[in-house]
Design a protein around this ligand. Sequence first.
Ligand code: BES
Ligand code: ZN
Length: 646
Amino acid sequence: MSIPRGRFVTSASLNRLSRVSLAIVITSAMACDRPASDSPSSASSGEMPQPAARDLHSYGNPGEVVVRHLDLEWDVRFDRRALDGTATLEIERLSESADTLRLDTRDLSVTAVDLTDDGQTWSPTRFVLGDADPILGAPLEISLSTGATSVRVTYSTNPNASGVQWLEPSQTAGKQHPFMFTQSQAIHARSWIPLQDSPGVRVTYRATVRTPTALRAVMSAANQADAPLSGEFTFEMRQPIPSYLIALAVGDLQFRAMSPRTGVYAEPLVVESAAAEFEDTEAMMAATERLYGPYRWERYDLLVLPPSFPFGGMENPRLTFATPTIIAGDKSLVVLVAHELAHSWSGNLVTNATWRDFWLNEAFTVYLERRILEEVFGRARVDMEATLDRATLAEELARLEPPDQILHVDLSGRDPDDGMTQVPYLKGELLLRLLENTVGRARFDSFLRAYFDHFAFRSITTADFVAYLEDQLLSEVETGVVDALQLDRWLEEPGLPANAPLAESDALTRVAGQAARWAGGEVTAGALDTAPWTTQEWLHFLTSVPDTLTADQMRELDDAFGFTQVGNSEVAHLWLLTAIRNHYAPAYPRLESYLIEIGRRKLIKPLYDELVKTTDGRARAEAIYERARPGYHPISVSSIDDVLSR
Ligand code: BES
Ligand code: ZN
């Protein structure tokens, strides 16, 4: 049989809060010596009201001197696992008395800093690289002359830069060439570029990247798909973007067009299947434009990375980075493309001003993703996704401490990656659904469209959103109805308010019924009516069977459905979880190869979490991890290190 594929059901589990107490001390110390006017949420806006949104996760001083444009130049040194080069920052002084530019860095070796008044003559200036904080990295303080318009930093990255992964040829599909890629969100851009690493600061950029001649470089910018492999590539991003969206990858990459404005970059062995899998991308773009206004970034391309990419997808503008684990052969996991594409409106166009406003990026994106899915694949599919996600959210809320169940979460003293739970995504999406249900779809759609226009290319806080919502939408709604929303409770309190919309899927209800009949011994696995099941139904089946199964039951399922060998990465994930829980040894070889090949945190961390629950399992986890760790991305390494050190 062939099992279709779908979205992974159980929660993406996240880093434990291992450094909380230490970090609180650091942040409160920081808070004292930084004026509240630092880091306005929308540094580039002249006419906009400037809410006092301090970004606790940046040392930058954009309230005094703000960076507007970057010119980047690197040699990509695979031999030393380093980028060597310069970052030239065009600055604007917002305060006349400002004599210092403060930047974020992490593990950078800075060898020189020069200034220019006219873009022609450069002269060295004094700089101080401060002590490194474990979460924030080290501030770089640069003394400015009165007339300085640009600052040029000469530097190299560290081989262990948190935002860069360097891969051996053996970790790629082709096995011939090395590969490197960056992942800047949330605060990792500073590990490969010295800059004001805050989502409230937007820059345009140009870059020149020198590579070994067999390889191609691509960036979150205008790429030239037909540029010859000359060893030098140039890029330009004309729209102002926050630092977490700056991205670079270098490898043996080919390009396939899917439509005049969409295409895929991938290794030669992967590029055809990727283009086939993602062929609905143009339809998704057209659907989103009909609903929410023009796509403002000209092209939309995807880059398929090697399987160590730690996330499902990353919405780097003009060039989404994606895991190869969504290439299932039947388009069943392309909801991820809808999601990353939707960020072109929610996130990349209208951006969270600080990481505590992260829910603004992700909730709107999940909402849009569902609307795109409904347009392209129909309502039944959305009902399934929503139902599965409702269960995921319930599990996540059960696991999280109350403060982490809050949409407008307090991240002071913590790594913003700690805020990346299901809450901003799924609780946030339910709030937007509730608003839609309250005012009606037509009104909510025009509100959203106006919201994207109004805040285009700006970074906004939760308070900015609430003010706009009240002004543009809720002012036309009866007071009683507005009160019943309990907006404040949704944003500032833990748990899920009782007025959260429900999700229901007839198809999944039928699946759960079949799972119960099988578990109750009424019917054998082979006699179940699974022929029409989609991935979402298979995933729901695997979450609906009892947690504890007998050896005979495990074997029966495996014999009937071939779960141990299933290709779909998400179905395989849930089966392997079931196998660990029930000590089903025939699945162990697959478990090992799965954990060694795939580095996507959401797919691997829950498996390690389950393994360490027993003594045997822990030994197995340690043995596998010893082999797998060298191939994992720093982000996954840090999460799995946490699991195994508990
Ligand atoms: N922007 C996120 C990924 C991210 C968030 C990286 C925070 C680092 C810090 C991206 O859009 C995302 O949400 N990816 C999801 C897929 C999605 C379909 C829910 C993922 O990678 O699992
Ligand atoms: Zn997202």
